[in-house]
Design a binder for this molecule. Sequence first.
Ligand SMILES: Cc1ncc(C[n+]2csc(CCOP(=O)(O)OP(=O)(O)O)c2C)c(N)n1
Length: 348
Amino acid sequence: MAVAREATPVESAEDVKQADLDSEDLLQIYRTMLITRGIEERGHILYRQGKIPGSFYTGRGNEAASVGVATAMHADDVGTPIQRDMGVHVARGTEPWRIFAQYMGREDGLAAGRDGNVHMADIRLGLVAMVSHLPALMPVAVGCALAFQIRREPRVAVAWSGDGAMARGDAHEAMNFAAVRRLPVVFIVDNNQYAYSTPNRLEFAIDHLADRAAAYGFEGVVIDGTDVLTVYREAHAAIEKARAGGGPTLLELVTLRMEGHAVHDDAFYVPREKLEEWSRKDPIERYRRWLKQTGVLSESGDDEITVEVKKLLNDAMKRADESRLPDPDALETGVYAEPDELDTPHHR
Ligand SMILES: Cc1ncc(C[n+]2csc(CCOP(=O)(O)OP(=O)(O)O)c2C)c(N)n1
């Protein structure tokens, strides 16, 4: 029994109307989920071809979670997605060819070939680039929320982390400070049930990570992370509550990581039956069925979107492959801010 509220699923088209989504929005969510998965499937191929150096991290099974939350954000909100949240980048408008270029270490990648390939984000789209230290971005998101509150800007920060990341002190400090100051921040835990090879039962001794929210003094919600509309509805409610001065919420999105920690890991430690059980809840298949049952998507409409997404991704891969590797002489360009670029009286 969870202490936190367990979200009831969105079922009817009426529920969706209340969430303020029209048919075009619903189809856009579907398209974004398909692009998200398509980028990761093609990433595997590029990795095997030797075009992606280092490693490649994917979030198969997390498409509903990432796209659902990002769709609920406003354009001027900010977020700190992690390696499982490709859908956040896509939903916020990062062009797929730039994501491929990023993973391939090219000049047109988001880090211009200067940083680890998973450390990507576009600050112009309100996304702070990932750092590897877990969960170091939670205090960063809380800092953004504090700035919004001080400046009286009606903006919200969304902080992402994994289940394993929640075991570190930074997560506690971020959530406690946000609660005390009633900051406009929403905490998202991608609970994909494994921290690398460590299962939930060896990570925490409570039923749900969202149960912790009560101890900080805000609401926690446990959500089926394979159900995009429920994720959207709950994220929308939490984000708007934060914007209205209602303080933080912790949303735990339960999924199963359907692949290894990264491409080098075959996830032998995840029981086969468990993978089979969760593959029946595949977020894209599930949403496609719902769209068809409710008449939002026809067979021919589905074919059209599939062809459109395939073309977009093939063109994106080609364009990324045409991007050059960075010039070693430009190694330090953009790494350090120039004093006159800094917008504080102290630096001026
Ligand atoms: C402070 C810190 N310790 C260890 C690591 C190594 N590490 C990278 S990912 C990972 C597992 C993360 O698990 P979780 O937060 O559940 O996210 P998931 O990868 O399962 O999505 C670990 C231990 C790290 N990046 N940072």
